[in-house]
Design a protein around this ligand. Structure first.
Ligand SMILES: CSC[C@H]1O[C@H](OP(=O)(O)O)[C@H](O)[C@@H]1O
Length: 354
Protein backbone atom coordinates (compact mmCIF):
# COMPACT_ATOMS: atom_id res chain seq x y z
CA UNK A 1 0.00 0.00 0.00
CA UNK A 2 1.33 3.43 -0.90
CA UNK A 3 0.54 6.56 1.13
CA UNK A 4 0.37 8.53 -2.12
CA UNK A 5 0.39 7.54 -5.78
CA UNK A 6 -0.58 8.63 -9.28
CA UNK A 7 -3.32 6.67 -11.05
CA UNK A 8 -5.13 7.69 -14.26
CA UNK A 9 -4.04 11.34 -13.99
CA UNK A 10 -5.33 11.46 -10.42
CA UNK A 11 -3.52 11.62 -7.08
CA UNK A 12 -4.61 8.77 -4.80
CA UNK A 13 -3.83 8.99 -1.09
CA UNK A 14 -4.65 7.04 2.03
CA UNK A 15 -6.67 9.40 4.25
CA UNK A 16 -4.41 9.21 7.31
CA UNK A 17 -6.88 11.05 9.53
CA UNK A 18 -9.02 7.88 9.52
CA UNK A 19 -6.20 5.48 10.49
CA UNK A 20 -5.83 3.13 12.25
CA UNK A 21 -9.52 2.21 12.38
CA UNK A 22 -10.36 2.79 8.71
CA UNK A 23 -8.21 2.41 5.60
CA UNK A 24 -9.82 4.65 2.99
CA UNK A 25 -8.36 6.10 -0.19
CA UNK A 26 -9.12 9.52 -1.65
CA UNK A 27 -8.88 10.22 -5.39
CA UNK A 28 -7.94 13.86 -5.92
CA UNK A 29 -8.27 15.38 -9.41
CA UNK A 30 -7.72 19.03 -8.62
CA UNK A 31 -4.74 20.78 -6.97
CA UNK A 32 -7.16 22.53 -4.60
CA UNK A 33 -8.39 19.16 -3.30
CA UNK A 34 -4.81 18.05 -2.69
CA UNK A 35 -4.02 21.29 -0.84
CA UNK A 36 -6.94 20.72 1.51
CA UNK A 37 -5.68 17.17 2.12
CA UNK A 38 -2.19 18.49 2.91
CA UNK A 39 -3.50 21.12 5.33
CA UNK A 40 -5.65 18.64 7.28
CA UNK A 41 -2.85 16.03 7.31
CA UNK A 42 -4.80 13.49 5.30
CA UNK A 43 -1.46 13.24 3.51
CA UNK A 44 1.51 14.18 5.70
CA UNK A 45 5.16 13.59 6.39
CA UNK A 46 8.06 15.34 4.70
CA UNK A 47 8.70 12.77 1.97
CA UNK A 48 5.01 12.34 1.14
CA UNK A 49 4.70 16.14 1.02
CA UNK A 50 7.53 16.30 -1.51
CA UNK A 51 5.75 13.82 -3.75
CA UNK A 52 2.44 15.62 -3.16
CA UNK A 53 4.00 18.94 -4.18
CA UNK A 54 5.23 17.51 -7.46
CA UNK A 55 1.99 15.62 -8.16
CA UNK A 56 -0.05 18.73 -7.34
CA UNK A 57 1.73 20.66 -10.10
CA UNK A 58 1.17 17.69 -12.40
CA UNK A 59 -2.57 17.74 -11.62
CA UNK A 60 -2.74 21.41 -12.58
CA UNK A 61 -0.88 20.83 -15.84
CA UNK A 62 -2.97 17.83 -16.87
CA UNK A 63 -6.31 19.48 -16.05
CA UNK A 64 -5.31 22.61 -17.95
CA UNK A 65 -4.33 20.54 -20.97
CA UNK A 66 -7.69 18.71 -20.82
CA UNK A 67 -9.56 22.04 -20.69
CA UNK A 68 -7.50 23.75 -23.39
CA UNK A 69 -6.20 26.28 -20.86
CA UNK A 70 -2.69 27.67 -20.48
CA UNK A 71 -0.68 24.85 -18.90
CA UNK A 72 2.14 27.10 -17.68
CA UNK A 73 -0.18 29.58 -15.99
CA UNK A 74 -2.12 26.80 -14.29
CA UNK A 75 1.07 25.09 -13.09
CA UNK A 76 2.54 28.32 -11.74
CA UNK A 77 -0.65 29.15 -9.85
CA UNK A 78 -0.81 25.66 -8.33
CA UNK A 79 2.88 25.81 -7.41
CA UNK A 80 2.35 29.00 -5.41
CA UNK A 81 -0.66 27.56 -3.55
CA UNK A 82 1.00 24.19 -2.87
CA UNK A 83 4.14 25.84 -1.50
CA UNK A 84 1.99 27.83 0.93
CA UNK A 85 0.10 24.81 2.24
CA UNK A 86 2.55 24.00 5.09
CA UNK A 87 5.70 26.01 5.92
CA UNK A 88 8.19 23.70 7.64
CA UNK A 89 8.94 20.60 5.56
CA UNK A 90 11.38 21.74 2.88
CA UNK A 91 10.49 18.68 0.80
CA UNK A 92 7.17 20.28 -0.20
CA UNK A 93 8.91 23.21 -1.86
CA UNK A 94 11.55 20.94 -3.36
CA UNK A 95 8.90 18.67 -4.90
CA UNK A 96 7.07 21.66 -6.39
CA UNK A 97 10.40 22.97 -7.72
CA UNK A 98 11.33 19.65 -9.33
CA UNK A 99 7.98 19.48 -11.14
CA UNK A 100 8.21 23.12 -12.26
CA UNK A 101 11.67 22.48 -13.74
CA UNK A 102 10.00 20.03 -16.16
CA UNK A 103 7.34 22.55 -17.25
CA UNK A 104 9.04 23.56 -20.51
CA UNK A 105 8.38 19.99 -21.65
CA UNK A 106 4.64 20.36 -21.13
CA UNK A 107 2.13 18.47 -18.99
CA UNK A 108 3.50 15.02 -19.83
CA UNK A 109 7.01 16.05 -18.77
CA UNK A 110 5.66 17.41 -15.46
CA UNK A 111 3.87 14.13 -14.80
CA UNK A 112 7.08 12.29 -15.68
CA UNK A 113 9.05 14.37 -13.20
CA UNK A 114 6.50 13.69 -10.45
CA UNK A 115 6.61 9.93 -11.08
CA UNK A 116 10.41 9.98 -11.13
CA UNK A 117 10.41 11.77 -7.78
CA UNK A 118 7.97 9.18 -6.41
CA UNK A 119 10.18 6.29 -7.52
CA UNK A 120 13.34 8.00 -6.27
CA UNK A 121 11.74 8.41 -2.84
CA UNK A 122 11.20 4.67 -2.55
CA UNK A 123 14.81 3.94 -3.48
CA UNK A 124 16.08 6.64 -1.13
CA UNK A 125 14.11 5.27 1.81
CA UNK A 126 15.51 1.78 1.20
CA UNK A 127 19.07 3.15 1.16
CA UNK A 128 18.47 5.23 4.29
CA UNK A 129 17.26 2.16 6.15
CA UNK A 130 20.40 0.24 5.27
CA UNK A 131 22.72 3.13 6.05
CA UNK A 132 21.03 3.86 9.36
CA UNK A 133 21.20 0.20 10.40
CA UNK A 134 24.88 0.11 9.41
CA UNK A 135 25.55 3.05 11.72
CA UNK A 136 23.59 1.75 14.72
CA UNK A 137 24.80 -1.83 14.62
CA UNK A 138 22.58 -4.03 16.82
CA UNK A 139 20.57 -1.95 19.28
CA UNK A 140 17.90 -4.06 20.93
CA UNK A 141 15.53 -1.31 22.05
CA UNK A 142 14.78 1.70 19.91
CA UNK A 143 12.57 4.73 20.46
CA UNK A 144 11.02 6.75 17.67
CA UNK A 145 8.82 9.85 17.63
CA UNK A 146 5.83 10.76 15.48
CA UNK A 147 5.54 8.78 12.24
CA UNK A 148 8.43 8.66 9.82
CA UNK A 149 7.30 5.44 8.22
CA UNK A 150 5.76 4.43 4.92
CA UNK A 151 2.80 6.71 5.67
CA UNK A 152 5.17 9.71 5.72
CA UNK A 153 6.64 8.70 2.37
CA UNK A 154 5.51 6.59 -0.58
CA UNK A 155 6.66 3.28 0.87
CA UNK A 156 9.10 2.16 3.61
CA UNK A 157 9.76 5.48 5.40
CA UNK A 158 12.93 6.87 6.94
CA UNK A 159 13.13 6.30 10.70
CA UNK A 160 10.87 3.25 10.42
CA UNK A 161 12.94 2.13 7.45
CA UNK A 162 15.92 2.03 9.79
CA UNK A 163 13.85 0.23 12.44
CA UNK A 164 12.63 -2.36 9.92
CA UNK A 165 16.17 -2.98 8.64
CA UNK A 166 17.53 -3.30 12.18
CA UNK A 167 14.78 -5.83 12.93
CA UNK A 168 15.47 -7.75 9.73
CA UNK A 169 19.15 -8.04 10.60
CA UNK A 170 18.67 -8.84 14.29
CA UNK A 171 15.16 -8.96 15.81
CA UNK A 172 14.53 -5.95 18.02
CA UNK A 173 13.51 -6.61 21.60
CA UNK A 174 11.23 -3.59 21.60
CA UNK A 175 10.40 -0.45 19.68
CA UNK A 176 8.88 2.38 21.68
CA UNK A 177 6.58 4.68 19.72
CA UNK A 178 5.80 7.95 21.44
CA UNK A 179 2.14 8.81 20.98
CA UNK A 180 3.01 12.29 19.67
CA UNK A 181 0.38 14.70 20.88
CA UNK A 182 -1.75 16.36 19.75
CA UNK A 183 -2.50 14.50 16.48
CA UNK A 184 -1.13 11.17 17.74
CA UNK A 185 0.87 10.15 14.67
CA UNK A 186 2.81 7.73 16.86
CA UNK A 187 -0.12 6.04 18.61
CA UNK A 188 -2.23 5.92 15.44
CA UNK A 189 0.19 5.55 12.56
CA UNK A 190 3.53 4.22 13.82
CA UNK A 191 1.84 1.63 16.02
CA UNK A 192 -0.26 0.58 13.02
CA UNK A 193 2.81 0.28 10.76
CA UNK A 194 4.86 -1.64 13.35
CA UNK A 195 1.91 -3.96 13.97
CA UNK A 196 1.56 -4.60 10.24
CA UNK A 197 5.31 -5.36 10.09
CA UNK A 198 5.23 -7.71 13.09
CA UNK A 199 7.80 -5.61 14.94
CA UNK A 200 7.37 -5.68 18.76
CA UNK A 201 6.36 -2.26 20.03
CA UNK A 202 4.80 -0.31 22.84
CA UNK A 203 3.10 3.07 22.64
CA UNK A 204 4.32 5.47 25.32
CA UNK A 205 3.14 8.94 26.22
CA UNK A 206 5.52 11.62 25.06
CA UNK A 207 6.43 12.56 28.63
CA UNK A 208 7.59 9.00 29.41
CA UNK A 209 10.43 9.00 26.87
CA UNK A 210 13.01 10.83 28.98
CA UNK A 211 12.51 8.48 31.93
CA UNK A 212 12.88 5.42 29.70
CA UNK A 213 16.01 6.88 28.08
CA UNK A 214 17.70 7.94 31.35
CA UNK A 215 16.53 4.71 32.97
CA UNK A 216 18.66 2.70 30.54
CA UNK A 217 15.64 1.21 28.74
CA UNK A 218 16.53 2.60 25.29
CA UNK A 219 19.64 1.85 23.22
CA UNK A 220 19.05 4.36 20.40
CA UNK A 221 16.61 7.03 19.28
CA UNK A 222 15.78 7.26 15.54
CA UNK A 223 13.59 10.03 14.13
CA UNK A 224 12.73 11.60 10.81
CA UNK A 225 13.05 15.25 9.85
CA UNK A 226 11.12 17.96 8.12
CA UNK A 227 13.99 20.34 7.46
CA UNK A 228 17.71 20.04 8.11
CA UNK A 229 19.57 23.35 8.10
CA UNK A 230 23.01 23.73 6.56
CA UNK A 231 24.67 23.47 9.97
CA UNK A 232 22.76 20.28 10.85
CA UNK A 233 20.09 21.84 13.13
CA UNK A 234 16.99 19.74 12.48
CA UNK A 235 13.28 20.51 12.60
CA UNK A 236 11.04 17.58 13.39
CA UNK A 237 7.73 16.94 15.13
CA UNK A 238 7.33 18.84 18.38
CA UNK A 239 8.73 16.77 21.22
CA UNK A 240 11.80 15.61 19.29
CA UNK A 241 14.04 18.11 21.10
CA UNK A 242 13.11 16.68 24.49
CA UNK A 243 14.11 13.18 23.36
CA UNK A 244 17.41 14.52 21.98
CA UNK A 245 18.21 16.20 25.29
CA UNK A 246 17.52 12.97 27.17
CA UNK A 247 19.58 10.92 24.69
CA UNK A 248 22.51 13.31 25.06
CA UNK A 249 22.32 13.08 28.83
CA UNK A 250 22.18 9.28 28.62
CA UNK A 251 24.96 9.11 26.01
CA UNK A 252 22.96 7.01 23.53
CA UNK A 253 22.87 7.60 19.76
CA UNK A 254 20.30 10.07 18.44
CA UNK A 255 19.93 9.45 14.71
CA UNK A 256 18.10 11.60 12.17
CA UNK A 257 17.06 9.62 9.08
CA UNK A 258 16.06 11.74 6.09
CA UNK A 259 16.48 11.98 2.32
CA UNK A 260 18.77 14.57 0.76
CA UNK A 261 15.62 16.51 -0.21
CA UNK A 262 15.07 17.34 3.48
CA UNK A 263 18.37 19.21 3.63
CA UNK A 264 17.90 22.92 3.05
CA UNK A 265 21.35 24.26 2.24
CA UNK A 266 19.80 27.74 1.91
CA UNK A 267 18.65 27.64 5.55
CA UNK A 268 21.81 28.42 7.46
CA UNK A 269 20.74 27.38 10.96
CA UNK A 270 17.70 26.15 12.87
CA UNK A 271 16.81 29.76 13.67
CA UNK A 272 15.83 30.16 10.04
CA UNK A 273 13.35 27.27 9.97
CA UNK A 274 9.71 28.48 10.03
CA UNK A 275 7.73 26.49 12.61
CA UNK A 276 4.14 25.76 11.66
CA UNK A 277 1.67 26.99 14.29
CA UNK A 278 -1.48 24.91 14.01
CA UNK A 279 -5.03 25.43 15.27
CA UNK A 280 -5.10 25.50 19.08
CA UNK A 281 -8.22 23.32 19.08
CA UNK A 282 -6.00 20.38 18.13
CA UNK A 283 -4.59 20.68 21.67
CA UNK A 284 -7.84 21.62 23.45
CA UNK A 285 -9.89 18.74 22.00
CA UNK A 286 -9.42 15.05 21.26
CA UNK A 287 -11.52 13.43 18.53
CA UNK A 288 -13.80 16.46 18.59
CA UNK A 289 -14.36 16.26 22.34
CA UNK A 290 -13.14 19.31 24.23
CA UNK A 291 -10.87 18.32 27.11
CA UNK A 292 -9.89 21.79 28.33
CA UNK A 293 -12.27 24.07 30.24
CA UNK A 294 -14.25 26.69 28.34
CA UNK A 295 -12.14 29.71 27.68
CA UNK A 296 -8.83 27.89 28.02
CA UNK A 297 -6.41 28.73 25.21
CA UNK A 298 -3.46 26.78 23.76
CA UNK A 299 -0.30 27.22 21.69
CA UNK A 300 0.32 24.50 19.13
CA UNK A 301 3.75 24.54 17.44
CA UNK A 302 3.83 21.53 15.12
CA UNK A 303 7.64 21.20 15.18
CA UNK A 304 10.69 22.01 17.22
CA UNK A 305 14.36 22.33 16.30
CA UNK A 306 17.06 20.03 17.64
CA UNK A 307 20.52 21.67 17.62
CA UNK A 308 23.15 19.79 15.63
CA UNK A 309 25.27 19.24 18.71
CA UNK A 310 22.58 16.97 20.14
CA UNK A 311 22.44 14.81 17.00
CA UNK A 312 24.80 11.87 16.53
CA UNK A 313 24.40 11.81 12.76
CA UNK A 314 22.10 12.53 9.88
CA UNK A 315 21.85 9.58 7.48
CA UNK A 316 20.56 10.12 3.97
CA UNK A 317 20.40 7.83 0.95
CA UNK A 318 23.91 8.94 0.01
CA UNK A 319 25.72 10.06 3.12
CA UNK A 320 26.25 9.66 6.83
CA UNK A 321 26.83 13.14 8.25
CA UNK A 322 28.31 12.97 11.75
CA UNK A 323 27.30 16.00 13.79
CA UNK A 324 27.97 17.29 17.28
CA UNK A 325 27.69 14.02 19.16
CA UNK A 326 29.65 11.88 16.72
CA UNK A 327 32.75 11.97 18.94
CA UNK A 328 30.79 10.41 21.82
CA UNK A 329 28.94 7.80 19.84
CA UNK A 330 31.50 6.66 17.28
CA UNK A 331 34.85 7.99 18.45
CA UNK A 332 35.35 9.82 15.16
CA UNK A 333 36.18 13.51 15.26
CA UNK A 334 32.92 15.39 14.86
CA UNK A 335 32.67 17.04 11.47
CA UNK A 336 32.72 20.77 12.13
CA UNK A 337 29.15 22.01 11.81
CA UNK A 338 30.19 24.59 9.28
CA UNK A 339 31.63 21.98 6.97
CA UNK A 340 28.28 20.20 6.91
CA UNK A 341 27.01 23.12 4.87
CA UNK A 342 29.83 22.75 2.36
CA UNK A 343 29.27 19.01 2.11
CA UNK A 344 25.54 19.44 1.81
CA UNK A 345 25.74 22.28 -0.65
CA UNK A 346 28.11 20.62 -3.07
CA UNK A 347 26.45 17.21 -2.93
CA UNK A 348 22.94 18.59 -3.13
CA UNK A 349 23.89 20.57 -6.23
CA UNK A 350 24.92 17.29 -7.86
CA UNK A 351 21.58 15.73 -6.85
CA UNK A 352 19.55 18.48 -8.53
CA UNK A 353 21.69 18.27 -11.67
CA UNK A 354 21.32 14.46 -11.61
C1 LIG B 1 10.29 12.39 7.98
S1 LIG B 1 8.71 12.68 7.39
C2 LIG B 1 7.83 12.49 8.85
C3 LIG B 1 7.88 13.72 9.68
O1 LIG B 1 6.77 14.56 9.37
C4 LIG B 1 5.94 14.61 10.50
O2 LIG B 1 5.22 15.80 10.62
P1 LIG B 1 3.65 15.82 10.17
O3 LIG B 1 3.02 14.56 10.67
O4 LIG B 1 3.12 17.08 10.81
O5 LIG B 1 3.70 15.92 8.66
C5 LIG B 1 6.92 14.46 11.63
O6 LIG B 1 7.68 15.63 11.82
C6 LIG B 1 7.77 13.33 11.11
O7 LIG B 1 9.01 13.16 11.69
Amino acid sequence: MRAIDWQDDTVVIVDQTLLPHRVEHLALREPAELIVAIKRLAVRGAMALGVAGAMGVALAAVRARERGENVGAAARAAARQLAAARPTATNLFWGVEQAMMALPGGASAVVGAALALRDADIAANRAIGERGADLLGRPARVLTHCNAGALAAVEIGTALGVVAELHRRSPLTMTYATETRPLLQGARLTAWELGQAGIPHRVVVDGAAAGLILGGEIDAVVVGADRIAANGDTANKVGTLAHALAAARAGIPFLVAAPEATIAADTATGAGIPIEERDEDEVLSVDGHRIAPPGARAVNPAFDVTPAELITAVVTERRTLPLGRAAEATGSAPQAAGSVAATIGSKRGEAIRR
